[in-house]
Structure formats: structure tokens, C-alpha cells
Design a protein. Sequence first.
Lengths: 487, 474
Amino acid sequence: MLHELTLSALTAKLAAGEVSAREAMLACLDRIDAVDGQVNAFMSLDRDDALGQAEAADAALANGSTHAAQPLLGVPVSLKDLFCAKGQPANCSSKILGDFRSPYDGTVVRKLRDAGAVLFGRVNMDEFAMGSSTENSAFGRSHNPWDLERVPGGSSGGCAASVAAQECFASIGTDTGGSIRQPAALCGCVGLKPTYGRVSRYGVGAVASSLDQVGPLARDVRDSATLLGAMAGHDPRDSTSVPTEVPDYAAGLGGDLKGIKLGLPREYLIDGIDPEVRAAFDAAVKQCEALGAEIHEVSMPHTEYGVATYYIVATAEASANLARFDGIRYGERVDGDDPFSLYCNTRGRGFGEEVKRRIILGTYVLSSGYYDAYYLRAQKVRTLIKRDFEQAFETVDALITPTVPAPAFKAGEKMDDPLQMYLSDIFTISCNLAGTCGISLPCGFTSDPKLPIGLQLLGKPFGESELLQIAHAYEQATPWHTERAAL
Amino acid sequence: MEYEAVIGLETHCQLKTKSKMFCGCANEFGAEPNTNVCPVCLGMPGVLPVPNERALQLTALTGYLLNCEVPSFAKFDRKNYFYPDVCKDYQITQYDFPSTTTGHVDFEFGDGLERVRITRAHLEEDVGKNNHFEQHSGVDFNRAGVPLLEIVSEPDLRSADMAYDYLNALKDILIYGGISDCDMEKGMVRCDVNISVRPKGTEELGVKVEIKNMNTFSGVRRAINYEVPRQIETLESGGTLVQETRRWNDVAGITETMRTKEHAHDYRYFPEPDLMPLRPDEAWLAAVRSQVVELPLVRKQRFVIDYGIPAQDADVFVGNVPLGGFFEQAVKGAANPKAIANWVINNLQARLTETGSTVDDLKFEPSAIVELVAIIDAGTISSTGGQEVFAELFEDGGSPAAIVEAKGLAQVSDSGELEQWCREAIDANPGPADDFRNGKENAINFLKGQVMKASRGKANPQVVGETLAKLLKG
């Protein structure tokens, strides 16, 4: 079936003229009609626009455009609900944006279009990317295609679910504390969080500006490499994007692990990791060793402060970033007698519980008299965490860890306990604080029910090439990425 | 008890840039509401700021003009507060690491010079403008994101007049340096005034009152003149002052409470994560330093000392820089700077104004004025003749000597012809001639006038006077 293909298999068929982009797009739409009632990944879908883009891709192919020049030509790709594309909604799975439609294309959207992608549909997320399950979406949660009772992870849960349910060939998400890698792990796909500054943030609804990074969720490592190549690069509209060269990520794949040094951080192998996750992880480490990698135990002594640090930095930045949703210029407005009551009514009605919780937390840690004790201290700890990574990377090429301590949990299980929910990101958060790159890829399944388990590899800053090579070598030696959820 | 006022000013001025601080929209006054706007300056979801290079340069340049340090590290911060005219509900500004620090402004006050220390001049973005109508309010975001420099003074000012003169001096410097047009009508300059009073001779500062959002210098002066006595009277009548923010009611001529300390905003400053810190390197700073211009006061002092011209003439050359430049070119090596200044100010400036032209349009070189003054001083032509030469020079260019020659303006000093005119004048006017002989010395002026008339202005007045006296006394 067409919708089951990897991105690279699809482009091969498109290039050979075996299928058209329109057929590929229709296959996704049919699949969405068939399964999205159960999965609920898509928040909005502009079918005419999607088919129009696909037809344009077919015309370009007919006129001699190639995948060498446009690697995503004719490939249907879904977008997390926070990317700004002209004329399309960007609700961030919140009520507060109302009928907002973006007046502009963000840089990632523009680059993906330039690469020929058919950008369609807005997929679900935790409201303003705050959560690990999509249960914080104002429009209802998404369901894990492996077990509909369970969450797909979050915040890019709709991305992971749409890829795992084969409703699209890839999806673009954002990762602030694990929001790409955690749902990729829970849904059994590959999720890549690039180095901070690798991909432009212009046109991406900002949550925590110093942590947010755009990345792909895809079926395998090669597809992830192709997508990253299309999106990466310096953007004059984003002062924090870095002007370093973008390598041909996909072309670098295919090596083995001989001579590669992988670091096993002692502090990550804590009690409380699900036994099946631990077993799958141990097997993955052995597999890497068998493929030629050297395994070194390393220490990341400040790991335990990661979650606390994250929830100070991220909430502080979010409290300011979300201030603009005030009902004055766009989005939903609930009137009041004066500006103050208008703000209170609009934001009180428009934001969900978790968003309010984090805005209040972020406002508190920045308040006069508390700033030094919380925000400033957190920034200092952040520097120490970054140093942990720098020191580890002096001796190893990448770190190897489980992505999440446990497989997908049941919906509702952690909604009453935000702290438990926050701990779902315990292995992914430090990577964002350090600003480096990370990838999650399938490394096995639990037995009953059958749920995907994710392996996380963390690479050096701007070392995506090497990270993808390592992930690819492991992936090609294992069967996990070929398994598909039975929907 | 005698009190003294302690006053510090925070002066906001819009920088003279083509585009806004963090986006490409025009920095332009007077456009239709919400036409100079884009997703960035409207605070749409997903947008990011990109700093305006020219604004960064103008900020550093201001630092040099105000004798400030320009540190090699500075950064932007977010100042958080909700208000409809603040599109992101935070303003990007500089909090603890501003682009310039610790400088001073020297300015003339009364008969002497005063110095006000500058704490800092930092860069931020302007906000929009709220407009209130009968049934609703609107916000115009054209101004939102215009680069704004906040120049903070130390509390070195002691009176309303001193504050007024400081503001004018500051304005002159900013206009001079090309930093800002400082057009008050267009709201390009706005002030917050911090005022306290204390017993004269004491060091400790009194309770501070801030008067926000003043948009005229005369308003600042009036507000201080109201606020200082108010504070003194409160203290003298046994009352206490509270730290508060007040507003100036221009109609009533009073200050009124806006909010007290308990209701002060907590702006929750933190480093702007969307912008990298600024680390100006030596080459960049050197390029900025090359744009430093001579300050008005320094220029004035230099003109007075170097050229020996009166202060009021120097003021003209401070106020009109191109004219001063022309003067400086002319005056080099000239014998009579004062005369050259007179010609440049009284004649050249007037003609330029009349014709709406500039010194760049002139058809003659500055040396022509030197030549003109020299031939007048040598007695070759009269000052009336000089006027005629200048008019010709301004109209068609050329050299003064050639014009004198062509128009036959050279004065007649030849005794034969002169004596003849003088005899005729004496014979035709026996009354004044007798008056002079009888001791009324002034009577000679009438006769002199007759001779000048007869010579059609060409007679050398000095020689005419001498000849008449000789003949009458003869």
C-alpha cells in the first residue's frame, strides 16, 4: 500500500513515474478518513490546498524537476499545529487563538516548500507544547496507534501518531524538553531534535525560546536525514540560528560503528526504569558493541537537576512568550470593562489548566525578590549541565540512553499528577538545556501489550551527521523500524 | 530651613533610522494608522526580532558623544507588562548590561558651564499609540518597534531652568550627531522626571517622585516648578512624602498621583532569549568613532578662541554647520576674521535664506569673501561698493577684483578730481560750510554726502573728509 512507504521509497517511485504526488496525497487522505477517527491526530485539514500542492509537484516532475534538487518533491508532510503557514491556522492546540490564520510563512515552512514538500494538515499537540501526552490539547487527545487506550506522548504527539498511523510520510514537530523524541519513542518512529540554532525558529509558535528546536518525525533514519537537510541552515530572520555549513546528511549514511565510542551515562540508569525498557536498552547497547562500537561509562553529575532547571527556564520564557495572547490584536477575545478585565477574561477562558500553571510558575520565578533564587540559579545550573555534556564528549562520540523510562502510559493515568508527567521527560530534557542534538529510534517492543520502546542517542553540538550515521548503523542491523502498528 | 531640589531625567528619543528596531518596517511619522506594520512589530505568533545595525551604531555613537563608556558586552532584556500598545506584552530593552554607561554632558547655564553626569544610554523599542474614541479604543502600531534611546542622567540637576537648558543642550547634541531629529511635535522626544528635595547642605536623597511621559521641555520646566515647592511645602507643614509616580496635568498646571510604590509594576526583567548578546569588536567601534562629530559647545568655544569672533557669531556657526564650515574655509590666514564673520552672517546667510539655497550651491569660493574684505579694508572700494560686488558675486560668481574693475567701482582718491567735487559742494552749500567754520564739526557730514553723491559713490569717504576740512579751514 502506498501510505506504508518510507519517504525515500516514495520519492523513488515518484521519480520513476510509478506513482504521482496526487496519488500519494490521496492515499494519505484515504488513510486519514479510515483511521483518524480513532487516532485523532489531525486538527485541521485543507484537502483542496493539499491536492493543489500535490498537483503542482506532479507538474514540476513532468517539467523535469528532480529529487536531487528538491528532495521532498511530492511528499505529503504534516505539521504540528504551531507552524505558521500563510493563510493556514496555527492554533497551538489552544482555544485562545480562535480563528487566527497566519499572515506569513515561517522559514521552515518556506524551506520545506522549496524542497517540494506537500505540506498538509495541522496535527495535534499539547496546548502550547506543554505536556507529554497530548492530553493538554484543547481539542481532545490523540491516541497511540499501537494501543488506542494509551497516549502517543507529547507534546508532538499528533506528529508521532500521524506518522505511526501512516497518515503521512513524515511530520514536523518541535522539541523543547523531549517533545519530538518522547512521542517518537512512544509511537515507534524516529524523532530527531537538532542542535539549538541548526533550524530556524522563525514562524514557529514560541514556547521556551532558548530551548525550542524544530525537527522531523519519520519512519526511519534516512528519511529523518533528508528532512533535516531540507530544513537546516542559518536564517537571517532568526538571530539565534547559526551560520555553519549544512552537510548532506543522507549522503553520509551507510557506515558501520567501528571505532565509534558510545557513552553510557551512569546517572541515567536509575531504578524505576521499566524492566522491559531496560532489557531492550541493554540489548541495544550490546548490539552497538557487536557492530563495533566501544562502550564507555561516563558521568553526567548534574543530571538530577535537569527537570527542576527546565521547569524554571522553560516556564519563565513561556510566561513572556504567551503574554501576547491577550485578545487585543488577534485570536479569541472575551471583552471586559477595561483592558485589565479583558485580559483576565480572555486568558482565563482561552488557556487550559497546564498552560495557566506554567505561566504562573514562570511569572513567579521572574518576580522581584525571587529572580536570583530561581531564574538566575537555574541559568547557572544550566551551564553546569552543559559542561557535563562537553566533558562527556571529550571522551565519547555520542551518549546512549533510553528515550523514556517507560512505554506509553494510559490516558488519564498521570493527569492528576503533573510531577509524574514531568518525569516522563527525565532523559530528554538535559539535551535541550545543553543545546545539543538528539535522536530517538525504535529499539524493541514490550510484550503485552506490544508497545514501542525508544533508544536515545545524544550527539555533539552540530554533530547531526555523525549522530545520524550511528543511528542508521544500529537501525539497519535491527528489525524494529520496519514494524507497523496494526490499526 | 532652606531646601534644594535634586532632579534626574530619563530622556527617550527616537533614533533616526530608515527602518524599525527589529523588523524592516519604515520608521516614519504620520502614516495612516497600522500601515507601517508587519507580523514582527505586531507581535504575531512565531516572529523573532532581528536587531537594526544602524540603531546599534547610533547608540554607540551617542555613547561617544555623551562621553560614555561603550562596553564590549551588552545585551537585550524583556520588560514584561500588559498594556494594549505593547504588542508582545513585553518590551525589548536593555536592563543590566546597556550599550553605553557613565558619561556626561557639559552645557551652558546662566553665565557658566555645568556638567550633568549620564548614568547610561540604552536601546529599546518604542510602543504603539492608544487612541480613544467615543465608544471604543484603537491602537496604532506604526510607532511600535521604532528604535528608542533612553538617556538616563544622574540626579545632578538643581532647578527647572537647569533641567530645561540641559534638555536643550542634549537635543542639540543628538541633532548634531545625526542621532535623532528630536522633533517634539512628532513625539520624538519624551521625558520622565525624577524629583526629590532635601535640606540644603545635606547629602542624603529625599523621597523620590517620578513624573511620567512629559513631551515638551517647557512642560518639564513647569512641572518641576510646580513639584519642587509642593514637596517643600509638604515637608515644611509637617507632612511626609511618599514614593510615587505622578502625571503632569498641563491644563491645571499641577502634578497628580498616578500610582504609589505599592502599585509599582514588577517588570520581571530577564535576558531576551531571541537575541544574542552584543559584543562590539574594535573594528566596529572604530567605524562608529569615525562618525563622531564636534559637539556644539566645543565648536562654539573653538570659534570664539581660535577666530576671536563674538559668542553670538559663534552661536550662528554652531546653529548652521555648513555656514560655519564656509566661514572656517574663508577665515584661514585671513587678516580680519570679524569682518569675514560679518559678511558671512549678515550678507551670505541672508541671501541663502532668501534664495532657499545652500553653501553647496554657491558660485564662488570662500576665498572670494577674503578678497572682498581685503579690498574694502584697503580702501579700494567703499562698503556700499562692497555690497554691490557681493550681490554680483552671489549672482554670477567671479572674482571681487574683476567685478570692481568691470563695474568701475574703485574709489576715487585722486586729489585733482576730488578737490573739484569738494569745491563745488562748498560753493553750492554756503550755509553748512559756514556752520562748520563756526565750529559745528558735524556740518561737514552734509557736505561729504554731497560729494559722495556727485561721485556716484566712488569717492573715498576718508579722503573726501580730509579734503573738505582742508579747504574749509584753508
